[in-house]
Design a binder for this molecule. Structure first.
Ligand SMILES: [Zn+2]
Length: 348
């Protein structure tokens, strides 16, 4: 019912009864409970052409609850927001973290969270967190080398600090659900984050795919060329990150003879090569890129689009869309908010 109201905007009890296939009595009972809890509001009546009592419009109480979202993916700061149920940001806070590692980094997250809880003007439904690294279903960060984390029970630690429901997920997975809910994302899509490394979140039929070892979407170290000599940090030669990670692109661009268009076109080509079998195997309708527009929009995007289309069966996958997100820097915090909306209220 909350989902119908969240997406429907302004439905009556009779509309809900029809849409959900439940009796008017059941609908009225549940709506009554939700109004009492403060989660649903009566908006007033709708003018009707039919005779009889005008219908009272309902809505989820979008501005009556807060959600907290945290993004731990940046190398220089942990970032957090307080939003309403529509994802509109009402407060922001961040904490500089250069060189912060291990337990000190966990304490930094706890400090930022405590600050955000104090900033929230309304009751908080829950806390969502997008963390780098491999995160299991219980919100344990199994491995996040940049933060020096191994088997950190972040979700449990944060829940203890704030006494609220907490959901911790991989940052790219959070970004993917953020795009799905707030960015016109489609139900079968992939969100590729291009930054210090390259990672992605996969959504199939509206759900995050986490995989057998919580590593679905880890595409940065897929070998996409054997024409390089120096090995990657992972030990292989010619990983996708070699061409696509932002520091690598910047290093290529800084070479004296660098041709900017050529460097970016080549990065896009390698990305398209890696995407083609994924799009084909899963019949995705959309791939969304997130990262600095200065690097990604332009030759990189155009080259990735043409490479992808050239490498898939046109009839089956030729209409796949490859585009940049429009959610900008807030993509991961908004995705973290969606984790809470989905988990606590069943809406997205
Ligand atoms: Zn590698």
């Amino acid at each position: 019912m909350l989902q119908a109201l969240y997406r429907g905007r302004g439905l009556s009890r009779a509309d809900l009864s029809r849409e959900l296939g439940l009796s008017r009595v059941t609908i009225s009972d549940v709506v009554g409970d939700l109004i009492e809890e403060g989660l649903v509001l009566e908006l007033g009546t709708r003018a009707s052409s039919r005779p009889g009592k005008p219908a009272t419009m309902l809505d989820i109480n979008r501005e009556g609850r807060n959600v907290i979202g945290l993004d731990l993916s940046s190398s220089h700061a942990f970032v957090g927001v307080v939003t309403d149920l529509d994802g509109a940001v009402v407060e922001r806070a961040e904490l500089g973290i250069s060189e912060v590692q291990g337990e000190e980094a966990v304490v930094a997250v706890e400090t930022l969270l405590t600050e955000l809880v104090a900033l929230a003007p309304l009751p908080v439904v829950g806390v969502g967190v997008g963390s780098p690294g491999i995160v299991d279903d219980q919100g344990v960060v199994l491995s996040a080398p940049n933060l020096g984390w191994q088997d950190v029970p972040l979700q449990a630690r944060l829940a203890e600090v704030c006494g609220l429901p907490v959901a911790v997920a991989n940052d790219a997975n959070a970004a993917a659900v953020g795009e799905l809910s707030f960015g016109e994302g489609q139900l079968d899509m992939m969100l590729v984050r291009i930054g210090r490394g390259v990672g992605s979140g996969l959504i199939i039929d509206g759900r995050i795919v986490s995989g057998a070892r919580h590593s679905a979407g880890e595409i940065g170290h897929v070998v996409s060329g054997t024409d390089v000599s120096e090995p990657c940090v992972c030990g292989n030669n010619g990983c996708l990150e070699r061409w696509l990670a932002i520091p690598r692109i910047d290093a290529h661009l800084a070479e004296p003879s660098a041709d900017r268009d050529a460097v970016l076109t080549e990065a896009g080509r390698r990305l398209g090569m890696v995407l083609a079998p994924i799009v084909s195997a899963l019949n995705l309708t959309e791939v969304v890129l997130a990262g600095p527009a200065s690097h990604i929009s332009g030759p990189l995007l155009a080259s990735a689009q043409s490479t992808l289309r050239d490498r898939v069966l046109a009839d089956a996958h030729g209409d796949v869309q490859l585009r940049m997100t429009e959610l900008g820097h807030d993509l991961i915090v908004l995705g973290a908010v969606v984790l809470v909306l989905r988990g606590q209220l069943g809406v997205s």
